[in-house]
Design a protein around this ligand. Structure first.
Ligand code: NAD
Length: 498
């Protein structure tokens, strides 16, 4: 049994609140460690450390700040295997998938190595007689990030990389279910040359989050997690005068047009629906074939593929997917599947009773495939966040388009077609933030930005890309004149540039 505390001021700090939570191995159901849940005392210590280090860090020239990330990227690559092992052991995903989680965060660190260029400002010479005007972007001060369990490497790096590159100090509150990798990332940042106090990790639950949301010295909050909490964090942060970007849940559709290559579409659905046991905010959970024939052929192709999914612990390097994260998640997913059956959907592949020999207490759910799902059913409306793919049959393209358009969530969506006209129309009309054309999981690269629409996102600036530089800095505009003496006396009317 190992203990995970906090990382404050460049040092490991044991928890003092007396409150702890078990860390499970999802493949075996065993408790392997314990994480401390922070009290106000630990959060305050992190803020004090951040405060005392931030001004000097912001004054460090941007090339030097960038060099810390150059080193950090190298350390991530050097430590890839051990980071992936730690990640998989607490999360349950396969090792190769864990490496993808780390690499997608590493790419954001590579992006912010460009901070000298990214943070350059605007200047107008001669905005008026002898007047120059310039806008600069300065660090907000202390930022905080609250992250979900499903990407314990990538999402912390989405947040702390641009925040720190911009000259902020940062407090990370990772998911309490898989807290070891975030702490290791903070250690590696210090080894890469980051001054102590600039990146602090405070583990905890709602009480730590509420402490962040009401702390007067924290200026900006980034959140990724489920929609009810995203909505709460956004509202509470705003009420407390903080800027906030909060990303929530998803129900991502993939439309399969009659002209699509169905072998490609079926392969894409397998990876996007069942990879990481469906625990991705960009997972495809709804397939919408257009036309009866497309639907029948798609179900025919998918059925044997779902039946033969290889499910195993992260130590099985041939596994397609691992267990889900907790016993509660397993029970919740199974009860949603029950509700789909009761509501009249056809459960073509039933993974509810899946058991893995030698891992009977693991939180496994077998791959499930539903056909004839309709928009009124709970399995359609709710984010299941498990290995369950629902097929909703549409008669026409317009009927298919209408489904994601009317859905509460708007994170990602995809269309499979060979018709450029249909694809272009789809990309233009759809009210969803990230669109894939023959790409099932359209996660934008680090130099573009990531973010959904509707109930998948609250706030107006996305993760990474140039949006992140805007989010973690604020604008100051300076108007400057160097007059040689008083020439015209006082002016009492509103100054305008004549
Ligand atoms: P979660 O909402 O349960 O937890 C997210 C964070 O909020 C954690 O750090 C947790 O400690 C904290 N938290 C939990 N309950 C809280 C409360 N009542 N008050 C304050 N803070 C609280 O989410 P999760 O289960 O860890 O992650 C899965 C969810 O995250 C899914 O809904 C998934 O779609 C979503 N997600 C979204 C994106 C995106 O970019 N839109 C990316 C990844 C995950």
């Amino acid at each position: 049994m190992y203990q995970v505390g906090h990382f404050i001021g460049g040092k490991h700090v044991a928890g003092t609140s007396g409150r702890k939570q078990p860390i499970y191995n999802p493949a075996t159901g065993e408790i392997q460690g314990e994480v401390s849940l922070a009290s106000a005392e630990e959060l305050n210590a992190a803020v004090e450390n951040a405060k005392s280090a931030q001004a000097k860090w912001a004054a460090t020239n941007p090339q030097r700040r960038a060099r810390v990330f150059m080193k950090f990227v190298q350390f991530l690559n050097d430590n890839m295997d051990s980071l992936a092992e730690t990640l998989s052991r607490e999360h349950g995903k396969t090792i190769e998938d864990a490496k993808g989680d780390i690499v997608r965060g590493l790419e954001v660190c590579e992006f912010v190595i460009g901070i000298p260029h990214l943070s350059k400002s605007e200047f107008t010479e001669g905005a008026g007689p002898n007047i120059d005007m310039y806008s600069i972007r300065q660090a907000v001060g202390i930022g905080a990030g609250i992250t979900p369990f499903n990407f314990p490497a990538m999402i912390p790096m989405w947040m702390f990389a641009p925040a720190i590159a911009c000259g902020n100090a940062f407090i990370l509150k990772p998911s309490e279910r898989d807290p070891s990798v975030p702490i290791r990332l903070a250690e590696l940042m210090i080894e890469a040359g980051l001054p102590a106090g600039i990146l602090n990790v405070v583990n905890g639950d709602k009480s730590a989050v509420d402490g962040i949301l009401t702390h007067q010295d924290i200026s900006a909050v980034s959140f990724v997690g489920s929609t009810p909490i995203a909505r709460y964090v956004y509202g509470t942060a705003a009420m407390n005068g903080k800027r906030a970007q909060c990303f929530g849940g998803a129900k991502n559709h993939m439309i399969i047009m009659p002209d699509a290559d169905l072998d490609q579409a079926a392969q894409a659905l397998m990876g996007a629906g069942y990879g990481s046991a469906g625990e991705r905010c960009m997972a495809i959970s709804v397939a919408v074939p257009v036309g009866e024939e497309t639907a029948n052929r798609l179900i025919e192709k998918l059925t044997p593929m779902v039946e033969s999914l290889r499910i195993g612990p992260y130590t099985d390097d041939k596994a397609d997917m691992g267990p889900v994260v907790t016993k509660e998640a397993q029970a919740r997913i199974k009860s949603l599947i029950d509700s789909g059956v009761e509501a009249g959907a056809k459960l073509v592949v039933d993974g509810r009773d899946f058991k893995l020999q030698g891992y009977e207490n693991g939180y496994f759910v077998g791959g499930c495939l539903f056909d004839h799902v309709t928009p009124e059913m709970d399995i359609y409306k709710t984010e299941i966040f498990g290995p369950v793919l629902s097929v909703v049959r549409a008669k026409t393209y317009e009927e298919a388009l209408d489904l994601p358009m009317k859905h509460e969530y708007g994170n990602g969506v995809a269309i499979y077609t060979r018709d450029g006209d249909a694809a272009r129309d789809f990309a233009s009309r759809i009210n969803i933030g990230m669109v894939g054309i023959n790409v099932p999981i359209p996660v934008p690269l680090a130099y573009h930005s990531f973010g959904g629409w509707k109930s998948s996102s609250f706030g107006d600036l996305n993760q990474h890309g140039t949006d992140s530089i805007k989010f973690w800095t604020r604008t100051k505009t300076v108007t400057s004149r160097w007059p040689s003496g008083i020439k015209d006396g006082a002016e009492f009317v509103m100054p305008t540039m004549k």
